[in-house]
Design a protein around this ligand. Structure first.
Ligand code: KMH
Ligand code: ZN
Length: 308
């Protein structure tokens, strides 16, 4: 089996400040936790921006640039910027930060879908900021829009023009079909790094049979031309990552996807989750890839070619 890529998704746009005192949303906390996660073994950092005033999801170039240079000064991990942003944002808004930063890597969501966060609102009562509760409850009537035109636009603007390679976020088997379509159109080239996403309300459930099915389909469609990683939102995070590691895949952890380290116990940092998954995968006999090995495995342009 190849070396294993650990991605850490540090802050995201799903969880809100009131849910955990350890969720980094201030610039200095995003920077410190990103560097800590890399030191613990993450070769790739999946990053969203937050508004420094109140922690709301942002893709504002100024907010991204408020953290990226400091992260890059503290670690050589691959910086992978979200183009998903948040479902409440339009595509141009979602792309503003990544277009400015010209990162080595960015995410690309492979289909339009529901992305329902509202069940989380019922589990909290004391909101620190006014935006948090409506942000969550409004997701019962929100479409996360990623049409073929949107996907082609991101592939062209970020990939063809700015040299980024992608973390293809696939929440369903139809998203693999869409990825195939873009391979056929010549807009996606190997090595193809696919993130199988489980546990989002609107996508696949975190079940072993869903993972084996997705891998079987990807083997059929992409043969030797792809690598897969697994993220599971919520409490299935570590079990599904463990399964992926045992199958030769790669793993993603981080507070974007899950706030806990054990049942009922909040993770104190992103690094804590990275260290935990690192111990699991090493006990399974896998060797963790360094950032430069990740660059080689994914065919990245190099950290000297980013604009941040
Ligand atoms: N939050 C994850 C479930 C993105 O940033 O493009 C998916 C994600 C999307 O990371
Ligand atoms: Zn994300």
């Amino acid at each position: 089996m190849s070396k294993i890529l650990i991605t850490c998704a540090v802050t995201g746009s799903i969880h809100t400040p009131s849910m955990s005192p350890h969720l980094p949303w201030r610039p200095e906390d995003i920077v410190a936790q990103s560097i800590g996660a890399a030191e613990a073994g993450a070769a790739i950092l999946h990053l969203h921006a937050r508004d420094p005033e109140d922690g709301r999801p942002s893709a504002d170039p100024a907010h991204f640039m408020g953290v990226l240079p400091d992260i890059a000064a503290g670690t050589d991990a691959v910086l992978n910027l979200s183009t998903g942003g948040s479902a409440v944002m339009g595509l141009d808004q979602r792309l503003a930060g990544p277009m400015r930063a010209e990162p080595e890597m960015c995410s690309l969501n492979m289909g339009t879908m529901n992305f329902a966060l509202y069940p989380m609102a019922a589990r909290h009562a004391d909101w620190r900021f006014d935006w948090e509760e409506p942000f969550l409850t409004g997701s019962d009537d929100l479409v996360f829009k990623n049409t073929p035109r949107d996907i082609a636009h991101v592939l062209t603007e970020m990939g063809e023009k700015r040299g980024a390679r992608f973390e293809f976020e696939c929440y369903d088997s139809g998203h693999l079909t869409m990825l195939c379509h873009f391979v056929d159109r010549g807009l996606v080239k190997p090595p193809i790094f696919i993130q199988f996403v489980f546990g989002v309300l609107g996508g696949m459930a975190p079940l072993p049979e869903n993972l084996t099915h997705m891998k079987r389909l990807a083997d059929t469609y992409f043969d030797e031309d792809y690598l897969f990683s697994v993220l599971a939102a919520g409490r299935a995070q570590m079990p599904m990552a463990t399964m992926a590691a045992g199958m030769g895949g790669h793993v993603r952890v981080g507070l974007e996807d899950n706030l806990y380290i054990a049942r009922g116990e909040l993770a104190r940092s992103n690094a804590e989750q990275v260290a935990h998954v690192r111990e699991i995968v090493e006990r399974l006999g896998r060797t963790v890839a360094t950032p430069d090995e990740a660059r080689e495995m994914l065919g990245l342009k190099g950290r000297d070619k980013v604009a941040s």
